[in-house]
Write a protein that binds this ligand. Structure first.
Ligand SMILES: Nc1nc2c(ncn2[C@@H]2O[C@H](COP(=O)(O)OP(=O)(O)OP(=O)(O)O)[C@@H](O)[C@H]2O)c(=O)[nH]1
Ligand SMILES: [Mg+2]
Ligand SMILES: [Zn+2]
Length: 317
């Protein structure tokens, strides 16, 4: 489409999405509260119509205190953090839900304790990042209440695989300077379980209490889910962070039981020794991956994650 806009039209970025309303910020400054309509066009078929981070074309419709408008077009996404919609809660027809759009990197947020470190979930996010070739980092928060040696021991495997890991505490500020450096100048989406401290960390990073966070120790309350919608905030160092609601489970969108094995980087070499080229590394004889697990070259926990994810894909196939 033509980028020659009339005066009441502009292009901007969606910084907040809430109940069918979208806050759109224009590059030249100013915000506009927008809705979509039947005629809203998209260059991203089959997924969420609008997500935080989307670049959109808006036609302004007026407004006195707050500018109002309608989104006429959602531009093609460069990248997206997306997951399969949970079928039972799926009110719309879309198969994949976009959590955040046009991000430069995914920041997987976990906590060292309360809730306990969850390696299975980290592996799911890493598989997603590998499949999308999306830069990814793992942020381990609440180091102030954790046993450092134990946590670093559990995470050594990821460091050895070359993944970027940040050990931080929003409580005492540990590791925040290093984290800032990794976020500067980029658009990063924070995602993870509820209660790990995503919003607390982002408040600290943006230097203002912009986001609602849970009361102390509220993590143990079931279904806490303090953050209800995604929000994009500017960092003082340049770049943006996107806070997202805590997820119960991260359902991989485009992964199949056939291509999953390519997204565990440490499988690629041992896999060359599998007797069958289509080896699923589960029951086949002369499997290079199983051999590498047995002799310690592949971490057993990672292999177990592979099996768990594979089984979850089977059920949905
Ligand atoms: N001890 C400790 N507690 C923390 C730290 N960071 C956050 N918390 C606490 O963890 C709880 C959850 O924090 P939130 O920031 O609301 O967590 P969230 O990940 O945004 O959760 P959802 O919005 O539900 O997804 C709050 O009680 C915070 O005070 C930390 O570094 N150390
Ligand atoms: Mg939150
Ligand atoms: Zn094999």
């Amino acid at each position: 489409m033509s980028r020659q806009h009339k005066r009441h039209e502009f292009e901007g970025v969606v910084t907040e999405a809430r109940g069918g309303m979208y806050l759109v910020e224009r590059a030249t400054g100013g915000r506009c509260l927008c809705t979509t309509f039947r005629g809203t066009k998209t260059e991203n078929a089959g997924t969420s119509l609008v997500a935080v981070g989307d670049r959109v074309a808006v036609t302004m419709t007026g407004g006195s205190e707050v500018m109002k408008g309608v989104i006429t077009l959602v531009l093609r996404r460069r990248t997206a953090l997306m997951r399969k919609r949970e079928v039972r809660r799926n009110r719309s027809k879309e198969k994949t839900q976009v959590i955040a759009a046009n991000i430069d990197q995914l920041a997987v947020a976990v906590s060292a304790l309360q809730p306990p470190l969850n390696r299975r979930l980290i592996d799911r996010y890493l598989v997603f990042a590998e499949s999308e070739q999306m830069p990814v980092m793992v942020i381990i928060n609440k180091m102030d209440i954790a046993d450092r040696e134990s946590i670093e021991g559990q995470m050594a495997i990821y460091r050895n695989l070359g993944y970027s890991i940040c050990y931080v505490s929003a409580e005492d500020g540990e590791g925040i300077t290093a984290l800032r450096k990794k976020l500067a100048g980029k658009v990063s989406a924070f995602s993870g379980h509820s209660g790990v401290g995503k919003s607390t960390l982002i408040n600290l990073l943006v230097g203002e209490e912009k986001l609602k966070t849970a009361d102390v120790s509220a993590w143990s309350l079931k279904g806490m889910h303090t953050t209800a919608n995604a929000v994009m905030l500017a960092l003082p160092e340049g770049g943006y962070v996107i806070d997202t609601p805590g997820i119960r489970e991260f359902n991989l969108s485009d992964i199949t039981k056939h291509n999953l094995r390519f997204y565990f980087p440490e499988f690629l070499k041992p896999m060359q020794h599998c007797a069958f080229s289509s080896c699923s590394h589960t029951v086949e004889p002369d499997c290079g991956v199983i051999l590498a697990v047995d002799n310690g070259e592949i971490d057993r926990g990672r292999y177990e994650s592979y099996l768990t994810i594979l089984a979850s894909l089977d059920e949905r196939a």
